[in-house]
Design a protein around this ligand. Sequence first.
Ligand code: AMP
Length: 231
Amino acid sequence: MTGPDRESIQPVESFASMTDFHPVIGNAVKLIGYQKPTPVQKWAIPTTLAKRDLMACAQTGSGKTAAFLVPILNLMYTEGPGHSQAAVRANRRKQFPVALVLAPTRELASQIYDEARKFSYRSQVRCCVVYGGADIGSQVRELDRGCHLLVATPGRLVDVMERGRIGLDHCRFLVLDEADRMLDMGFEPQIRRIVEQDTMPQKGQRQTLMFSATFPKEIQHLARDFLQVCF
Ligand code: AMP
């Protein structure tokens, strides 16, 4: 990914000062009523808009969901899907999301999906969610209606990929939310299968954002393998 030097990225101090937000995001932020960005949003929003990869230590309640959804959706609205719609239309039974958010649990995935719907209200972007422990048939039927941003738990995503219903060939944004919890729950093989052993673009060809409450060795290794580090 290209972008300005890290030193030139300035934190955002208010949502009102972000005058170059796409109208869908600007209106959603107004409607939801956010005024002052939380600490993680102050840095994650401009860093992501500058097309940098990101590793952030952030807890639940820190506002991390909007910290990645706002800039990613903004880039999706301003830059378009970035791949040929003809290629996608040729394969009607397979969806090619532009953004993928991995989360450890059904509850967190549902919360992220709800927030994504707010930030894509009245836009062309369709958001979907897949998680284990629920009927896969209805989740796949939802995917069939179109999927630009997918929120998923790792196990269920592998299942849907193996059924040939999701292709990651055009995925330009990858988010790992609560990465430490995903590793604690034993999802590392599924995460590596999704990110490294399928058709997901390589690091450097996609933008990757990792959020984790803690930063142990295992997370440092994942960050080293998945993120384009810039010094
Ligand atoms: P999260 O950490 O993403 O689960 O967010 C925790 C809560 O904070 C959610 O209810 C969000 O709607 C809310 N929130 C996120 N960002 C802001 C903000 N900038 N101002 C006020 N509330 C926020």
